[in-house]
Write a protein that binds this ligand. Structure first.
Ligand code: AP5
Length: 216
């Protein structure tokens, strides 16, 4: 099963992708996580991506396409994958289409998780991410049991550098200009399914499941 999660920053793509990955046993591939992991390790890729991420801009297509191509060739993707945060431009979608056509593995569903801008701002400015395991929580909607400590692994929680309000609004603008056109791109191909991302995470997951399990 090959899935793409589309949606603005903070739509809940990562939250839902984790659940889908664990239910169906397929890898969750987040290009944002790959960049953050590279940044933690101090690689050239991480350092190059950081400037763009901190400004709320997209990283250039050629860098992103290469890392996704390499990742999709890994053996754990042979039964399927969930792409979270890729593609984000028409050029990325075209490149992905070419990679998958070559491999003979089409996209099954593109899930478009929709939430209004003000919900995005409220979610991201109070999101906390675990520096050790990458889990996310929310100070109001899903607070950690102990301040600053991850419920999952006891790691330290931090606020992502790009989760300040000004950067979140810049990310939203970038999304509208460069990523929103993909909604029509995939709708024309008949693969797009809209999901209301404003509901509770469990309800959103039920909606995702029913779309995925209903087939095409
Ligand atoms: P990336 O890491 O992909 O960020 P994003 O797409 O902006 O998405 P987020 O991770 O912020 O949000 P999410 O939708 O996963 O929401 P989450 O589940 O965490 O990208 C970061 C940067 O990397 C980009 O700006 C760009 O620079 C670069 N980049 C990455 N991919 C790229 C690409 N393909 N091309 C170019 N550049 C690229 O949830 C958010 C919060 O809400 C959490 O606190 C969560 O607990 C809470 N929450 C989740 N669901 C619900 C719910 N239903 N109700 C209430 N709260 C909820």
């Amino acid at each position: 099963m090959n899935l793409i999660l589309l949606g603005p920053p903070g739509a809940g793509k990562g939250t839902q992708a984790e659940r889908i990955a664990s239910l169906y046993g397929i890898p969750h591939i987040s290009t944002g996580d790959i960049f953050r992991e590279n940044l933690r390790k101090g690689t050239e890729l991480g350092l190059e991506a950081k400037g763009y991420m901190d400004r709320g801009e997209l990283v250039p297509d050629d860098l992103v396409i290469k890392i996704v191509k390499d990742r999709l060739e890994a053996p754990d993707c042979c039964e399927g994958f969930i792409l979270d945060g890729f593609p984000r431009t028409v050029a990325q979608a075209d490149a992905l289409g070419a990679m998958l056509a070559k491999a003979g593995t089409p996209i099954d569903h593109v899930l478009n998780i929709q939430v209004p801008d003000e919900v995005v701002v409220a979610r991201l400015t109070a999101r906390r991410t675990c520096g050790a395991c990458g889990s996310v929580c929310h100070l109001l909607y899903d607070p950690p049991q102990k301040d600053g400590v991850c419920d999952e692994c006891g790691g330290e929680l931090y606020c992502r550098d790009d989760d300040g309000e000004e950067t979140v609004r810049a990310r939203l603008e970038e999304y509208k200009e460069k990523t929103q056109p993909l909604i029509d791109y995939y709708r024309r191909e008949g693969r797009l399914r809209d999901i209301d991302g404003g509901a509770e995470p469990d309800e959103v997951f039920e909606a995702v499941r029913s779309v995925v399990e209903a087939g095409t």
